[in-house]
Write a protein that binds this ligand. Sequence first.
Ligand code: SF4
Ligand code: SF4
Length: 403
Amino acid sequence: MKNEKSLSRRNFLKTAATGLGGYVFLSPNQTDTPTKTEKKKQKFVYRILGKTGIKLPVISMGVMNSDNPNLVKAALDNGIVHLDTAWYYQHGRNEKMIGSVIKGYPRDSYVIATKIHDQNRDRETGTFTKDATEKGFLEKFDESMERLGIDYVDILYLHSSYTKAMTLHKPFLKAMEKLKKEGRTRFVGVSTHYNEPEVIQAATDSKFYDVVLTSYNFKQDHIEQMQEAIAKAAEAGLGIVGMKTFAGGFLDEEKTKPVDPNAAIRFALKNENICTIIPGFTTFDQMEIDIAAMEDLTFTEKDSKILELGYNSRGGVYCQGCQTCVDQCPKHLPIPDMMRAHMYAYAYKNYWEARELVSSLNVNSGQCDSCSECSVKCSKGFDIKQKYTEIAALKSVPDRLFT
Ligand code: SF4
Ligand code: SF4
């Protein structure tokens, strides 16, 4: 059975195809300056974002990891159109920083997506609680608009859903419907980091959503289900945006084996149902690597071999959100979210985002102390107890140390 599975996986990597680049995440506070702006005109590849009709370069910018306005400006000046942010990134400073940049550009020259997050979630049932209200959603949206300094966003996402029930939470659908009618968002979407096929299917069946933002990369064991759900969604007219393309950026725990960015980008974009991806570059060099990937999107045999090695590597930094760990833990700790927070801190060095995520969970640093040995066997080989304890400690770091 094992061979059958890996064979099927291998065939998929090869047949779905339509030197290590050293793309290493750096501190979000790094403020390097562009050095190679006067270079040859880059080739850009565009796709249409489903029924929204928005035409986008296949490379967009996930702004989550950057606090550098010069980098966002360089992205726009170099042809990137779509900027992806969220209400809670960097405690709102991410949206403010973007707002300071876009005020210098005509409104129709860029596409802004933001996301509204609500931490009133019952993680046992995978539902929002009664405290997740329409009013709360609308208030957060108002804050986002004020920070961005614009009258409308292009895409408004419900942030980080992982069940059908969350995706269809009525108060939020009402809020989004209202904002769409008022012209304060052109389109509505849902973002998802795990249990993605269920969320994508729910979004498709709802006939409510216009866009889905989903994790999609070569490390996912459930890539076939992802493809199937995405294909159905695209057929129904939804626009698909891909994220977590680099699966955390490293293949090993020690961060000595960076993911080949070109192979990873080509892997994601060989799925033509994906309109664009939102790599979270934090330096000008990384931006150039990502943009240059459009020169040749042909997924090669060499890419396939590189990614197969990456897929088979154990440990590393990317949690694929399979949730097989949750029931193995007697305390049913929110391990997938905590592993994602660990990736934000350890791989991206985005301590703000990691802390925001940890703070939104009902966790503390002593929860693993009572287990002499962790009973969880992670499908990707993580040492769960070690990572959980490390990242939980972030919750007690005072705010002022982050500013
Ligand atoms: S088993 Fe491992 S990869 Fe799967 S959700 Fe849990 S931590 Fe993530
Ligand atoms: S060590 Fe932590 S994650 Fe592992 S089983 Fe115990 S409580 Fe759960």
